[in-house]
Design a protein around this ligand. Structure first.
Ligand code: SF4
Length: 891
C-alpha cells in the first residue's frame, strides 16, 4: 500500500456501495473523491459522485414501529427482547436467527455476531454476503487454509496479463476498472471471460464469450495445457503445494484437449489456445474473479479451478501475479473478519478450528456459545418457512428481493412469528412484512470501519447529524443485548470500544496460525481511532503510524494450513441446476447496471442515476427478438419455473449470445409492477459455500401487447400518491423536480375517471383524441403544476420529459410554458434522449445527431461531445449507436 495519508478532516469517509471501498470527502451537499485514499486516489464513479443526492430524508424510518404503530424506543426494545426471550425459553436458542448485511459496519457486525452466537446461543447468523462472495471464501479456505485475498489492487495494474473472469468491473467496480484502464501499456494483455459482451469486455484483447456455467472446464483445460506444455512451476508445486497429481487427473478427465474445451465452452479452439499460451508465457498474471464466478451452483469449484492454475504456476501473492476475488459489497470483507457467515465463528476461526469454540467463549466470557455451524441464507429462510425459526432479525438488507424464489421467501417472512427489521428506509419489500421496525442510522450518520476487497480497513465517518428517533445499528444491538440481561458484555459507549475488542480477538490465542490479525489496533485510543488512516491487514507492530502492513500474502510460499502447504483442489465441471427446454427455452443471466445499487433504496433517490436506465429491461439478442415476436422498445415478459413474470422494456443487444437474455437485479415492488430478477432463478445453491445461483435461470419470453402506454408525472414533494396496482405495468422513476411513472395496459381506460382518483378534480388542460387513443391532461393550481398525464398508443410517441420536469420546478409558469404543457414543451425542448455518458451527461439523441453530422467513430464523438472520454464505461453503447447508424445507411 502506498504510504499516503488520507486527507485529514472529519468528513473523510468511505463510499457505501461496492467493494472497491473508495475514500470520499463528504459534506451534506457535496462529495469528492479522497485524493489520499489508496483505493481510489481521488477518483469516484457516477454512483459515488451522486452520494450527497441520496442523503435526503425521503422515506426515512424515523421512529420504531410495532405492529404498524409508532412506539417509543423503550417499548420497541422491550418487545424485541421479550420475543427473543420467550422463543429461547419455549423453543431453544436455535429458534432465533439474525440475517445481516455487507452494508453494516464492522462494529455493527461484530456485536450482532457476538450477541447471537455468544449470548443468545444461536448459530443461525448469516448475511447477504452469502449471495455475493461466499464461494470465494470457501475456495480460499480450501486452497489456502484461510479466507484471504492474497493480492492487492496494485497487482491489477502491474499484471502483464489481466484475466477478468465473470466480472463486468466497468459497471460493478468502476474505479478499479478506471485504474486498470489507466495502467494500460503496450504489450499488456487483457482477457475477459464472460457470456456477454459488456463495457468491460470492450477493453479486452481477447473476449472468451463462453457458454454459461463452463468456467471450470476452461480453467481445468488450462491446467492440463500448462502441464502438457511444460509451463508449470514444478519446484513451487513440490515445495509448497499438495494435491497436484489428483487435481491434474480430474482436470484431464474433464478437459482432455483444447478441442474438448472449445466444444464444451462453445468457443473457437484458436481463442482457447491463445488464452492458454498467453497465460503460460506471462509470469505477471492476475485472474480477477467476481459474481459471474461466485453466484453459481458450482461457484466454489470455479474459484478453485482458477486458484489451481495460479498455484500450479507459483503465481500467488507476488507483485502482479495472483488470483484476486473482487468483493461486491462495501463491507463484505469486514463481515467475514468478524465471523458473520453462518459456517464461521469469529475472527477467521471456524467451529472446527482446533480450540476455537473454547477460545472465543473465554474471550467473550460466554457460557452458551453456539456449538456448530448454523443455517446458510437459503436454508435459514426455509427454516423460517417451516416454523423452526420463530424470531428473525433482518438488519440493513432486503431479502424479499434479493434471495432466489422470493415468493417462498415472502411466504417465510409472512409466516415468521416475530420479524424484526432494522433499516433506515421505511418502505422496502422486506419492511412490509415486519412486526417490529427499528429505525437505523444511514450512511453519513454512522461511525465505524469497513474493509474493502484488498483487505484495507477504512474509517466510515459520520458527517451528518443522526435524526431524532434514529439510532446506529451498534447501539440498537447493544440496547437489546442489555435488555436481555447481557449488559456486562455489551457495555459499549462508542464504536471505538467495539473495534478495539474485535482487534484484540483477532490476536487472542493466535500464535501466527491465523493470518487475520489486527491486534496491533487493539490499543488505539478513541482519538487514534477517529484519525485512523486506511490500513491493510494483517498488521504487526505497536504504534500508530509504525505498523507493518501486509500488501501481499503467501509470497514466501507458506500457507495457514496445518502443514503450511497450499492445496490444489480437484474439481469437475458441475452443470447448472436447470437447463432450457421447450417450455423455457431461454437462459436468463442477471446482474447489476452501472448507475444503480442493489435494491435501489438509496440510488433511486438520485434522479441522475435513473438517467442511464429508467425502467426495468430485458436485453435480447436481435435473432431472438425476431424468434419471439418482440419489438425493440416495447414491453415483454419473461416467465420462469416459479411462474412469476419479469416485465421490462426490450433492448435489442448483440452483446447477448442467442438464446440468452440479461435482466438487471435492482427493480423490485417499490419501483415496478413485476421486475424481480430473483423470480426467474431457482433456489439452488453451491453445495460447499451455500451461495445461491444467480446467473443461470431458464424462462419463456413473450411480448406484452398493450393498448396504451403512458407517463404520469407528479411533483417531487407532495402528498399526491399513485396506486398503480390495478395496471398491467408500471415502473417508477425519480426526476429532479417530479416523480414519474411509466404505465401501460391491455384494456381501454376512461382516463378522466382514472385520473379523478388521483387528483380528485378535472384537469385544467385537456387534449383528447380518441381515434388515435391519445389523452393529455395537466392539473394546475394557479401557475403551479400539480400533475401531467400523457397517454399514447405506444411508447415511441411519448414525448421527452425533461422540459416538463423543469416546469414542475417552477413556482410560476410563464404563459408560454403553460401553453406548451400538453405538447410537453416540444417548442422549446432540446431532448437529449436516454443518457449514455454519465460523466458528461450526453444522451442518445445527441450522439445520433452527431453521427448524422459526420462523427463516425468513438474518438470523433468524444472530441465533439466528450462522451466516452472519461471513465469509458459507455463506449460499448456508443459503438452500438455507431453500428446501428451504419446499418441504416443506404447500400
Ligand atoms: S467504485 Fe465502488 S466504492 Fe468507488 S465510488 Fe464507485 S461505487 Fe463507490
Amino acid at each position: 500500500m502506498k504510504n499516503r495519508r488520507t486527507t485529514p478532516g472529519s468528513n473523510a469517509t468511505t463510499c457505501p456501495y461496492c467493494g472497491v471501498g473508495c475514500g470520499v470527502l463528504a459534506k451534506p451537499d457535496a462529495v469528492q473523491g479522497d485524493l489520499g485514499h489508496p483505493a481510489n486516489n481521488g477518483r469516484l464513479c457516477v454512483k459515488g459522485s451522486a452520494l450527497h443526492e441520496t442523503v435526503t430524508g425521503h422515506d426515512r424510518l424515523l421512529a420504531p414501529r410495532v405492529a404498524g404503530h409508532t412506539v417509543e424506543w423503550s417499548e420497541a426494545i422491550d418487545r424485541v427482547a421479550e420475543a427473543i426471550r420467550v422463543s429461547v425459553r419455549d423453543h431453544g436458542p436455535e429458534s432465533v436467527a439474525f440475517y445481516l448485511s455487507g452494508q453494516l459496519l464492522t462494529e455493527d457486525y461484530y456485536i450482532a455476531n457476538k450477541l447471537a452466537k455468544g449470548f443468545i446461543g444461536t448459530p443461525h447468523v448469516d448475511t447477504n454476503s452469502r449471495l455475493c462472495m461466499s464461494s470465494a471464501v470457501a475456495a480460499h479456505k480450501r486452497a489456502f487454509g484461510e479466507d484471504c485475498v492474497p493480492g492487492c489492487y496494485e497487482d491489477l495494474e502491474l499484471a502483464d496479463l489481466l484475466v477478468l473472469a465473470g466480472s463486468n468491473a466497468a459497471w460493478t467496480h468502476p474505479v478499479l476498472y478506471q485504474r486498470i484502464k489507466a495502467s494500460h501499456r503496450p504489450g499488456r494483455k487483457v482477457v475477459a471471460i464472460d457470456p456477454r459482451q459488456t463495457a468491460t469486455t470492450e477493453m479486452a484483447d481477447l473476449h472468451l464469450q463462453l457458454r454459461p456455467g463452463t468456467d471450470t472446464l476452461l480453467f481445468n483445460g488450462l491446467l492440463v495445457w500448462l502441464h502438457d506444455h511444460g509451463a508449470l512451476a514444478t519446484q513451487y508445486l513440490e515445495q509448497h503445494c499438495n494435491g497436484f497429481e489428483e487435481t491434474l487427473s480430474v482436470a484431464r478427465a474433464c478437459a482432455p484437449s483444447i478441442l474438448a474445451v472449445a466444444r464444451g465452452c462453445d468457443l473457437r479452439a484458436a481463442d482457447v489456445e491463445r488464452f492458454y499460451r498467453w497465460f503460460a508465457e506471462t509470469d505477471r498474471t492476475v485472474t480477477a474473479f467476481s459474481q459471474g464466478i461466485n453466484q453459481s451452483v458450482a461457484g466454489t469449484d470455479k474459484a478453485n479451478a482458477i486458484i489451481n492454475c495460479h498455484l500450479a504456476t507459483g503465481r500467488v501473492g507476488r507483485p502482479g501475479a495472483s488470483p484476486f476475488s473482487l468483493t461486491g459489497q462495501p463491507n463484505a470483507m469486514g463481515g467475514r473478519e468478524v465471523g458473520g457467515l453462518a459456517n464461521t465463528l469469529a475472527a477467521h476461526m471456524d467451529y472446527d478450528t482446533p480450540g476455537a469454540v473454547q477460545r472465543v467463549a473465554d474471550f467473550w466470557h460466554s457460557e452458551k456459545l453456539a456449538a456448530g455451524p448454523g443455517y446458510k441464507a437459503v436454508d435459514l429462510f426455509e427454516a423460517v418457512h417451516r416454523g423452526d425459526i420463530r424470531v428473525l432479525w433482518v438488519m440493513g438488507t432486503n431479502p424479499a428481493v434479493s434471495l432466489p424464489d422470493n415468493a417462498r421467501v415472502r411466504e417465510a417472512l409472512a409466516r415468521c412469528e416475530t420479524l424484526i427489521v432494522s433499516d433506515c428506509v421505511a418502505q422496502t419489500d422486506t419492511t412490509a412484512f415486519a412486526d417490529i421496525l427499528l429505525p437505523a442510522a444511514g450512511w453519513g450518520e454512522k461511525d465505524g470501519t469497513v474493509t474493502n476487497s484488498e483487505r484495507c480497513i477504512s474509517r466510515q465517518r459520520r458527517f451528518l447529524p443522526v435524526p431524532e428517533g434514529v439510532r446506529p445499528d451498534w447501539r440498537i444491538i447493544r440496547d437489546i443485548a442489555q435488555a436481555l440481561g447481557y449488559g456486562h458484555a455489551f457495555d459499549y459507549q462508542e464504536p471505538a470500544e467495539i473495534f478495539r475488542e474485535h482487534a484484540a480477538l483477532s490476536g487472542y490465542g493466535n500464535g501466527g496460525e491465523r493470518v487475520f490479525d489486527i491486534s496491533a489496533l487493539a490499543k488505539l485510543s478513541s482519538t487514534e481511532y477517529d484519525r485512523l488512516q486506511p490500513v491493510q491487514w494483517p498488521l504487526t507492530g505497536g504504534n500508530p503510524g509504525a505498523w507493518l502492513q501486509t500488501r501481499r500474502l503467501f509470497s514466501d510460499g507458506r500457507f495457514p494450513t496445518p502443514d503450511g502447504r497450499a492445496r490444489l483442489v480437484p474439481v469437475s465441471n458441475l452443470p447448472p441446476g436447470q437447463q432450457p427446454d421447450a417450455r423455457h427455452p431461454l437462459i436468463v443471466n442477471t446482474g447489476r447496471i452501472r448507475d444503480q445499487w442493489h435494491t435501489m433504496t438509496r440510488t433511486a433517490l438520485a434522479p441522475r442515476l435513473f438517467a442511464h436506465r429508467s425502467e426495468p429491461f430485458i436485453e435480447v439478442h436481435p435473432k431472438d427478438i425476431a424468434t419471439f415476436g418482440l419489438i425493440e422498445g416495447a414491453l415483454a415478459t419473461l416467465t420462469g419455473h416459479a411462474r412469476k413474470g419479469f416485465t421490462g422494456r426490450v433492448r435489442a443487444s448483440p452483446a447477448q449470445r442467442p438464446g440468452e437474455v440479461f435482466v438487471p437485479i435492482h427493480w423490485n415492488r417499490q419501483f415496478a409492477s413485476s421486475a424481480l430478477a430473483s423470480d426467474l432463478i431457482a433456489p439452488v445453491v453451491d453445495p460447499i459455500s451455500g451461495q445461491p445461483e444467480a446467473k443461470f435461470g431458464v424462462a419463456s419470453l413473450r411480448p406484452l401487447i398493450t393498448r396504451w402506454q403512458a407517463r404520469l408525472m407528479l411533483p417531487a414533494a407532495g402528498g399526491t400518491a399513485l396506486d398503480a396496482r390495478s395496471l398491467d405495468y408500471w415502473s417508477h422513476q425519480a426526476l429532479p423536480h417530479s416523480r414519474s411513472w411509466w404505465l401501460a395496459g391491455r384494456r381501454s381506460m376512461d382516463w378522466r375517471e382514472w385520473a379523478q382518483q388521483i387528483f380528485a378534480r378535472e384537469p385544467e388542460l385537456v387534449m383528447q383524441d380518441s381515434a388515435r387513443r391519445r389523452f393529455r391532461a395537466a392539473w394546475l393550481t394557479g401557475n403551479r403544476l400539480d400533475g401531467v398525464l400523457l397517454v399514447e398508443p405506444c411508447v415511441q410517441t411519448t414525448p421527452d420529459l425533461g422540459w416538463l420536469d423543469d416546469c414542475f420546478g417552477s413556482e410560476n409558469l410563464t404563459p408560454e410554458q403553460r401553453r406548451s404543457l400538453l405538447a410537453a414543451g416540444s417548442i422549446d425542448a432540446e431532448p437529449t434522449g436516454p443518457l449514455v455518458c454519465s460523466c458528461f451527461q450526453v444522451g442518445e439523441r445527441q450522439i445520433n445527431q452527431a453521427i448524422e453530422d459526420g462523427a463516425a467513430s468513438v474518438e470523433a464523438l468524444g472530441q465533439r461531445l466528450q462522451c466516452g472520454s472519461n471513465c469509458g464505461s459507455c463506449i460499448p453503447e456508443i459503438r452500438g449507436l455507431l453500428a446501428k447508424s451504419a446499418d441504416r445507411e443506404p447500400a
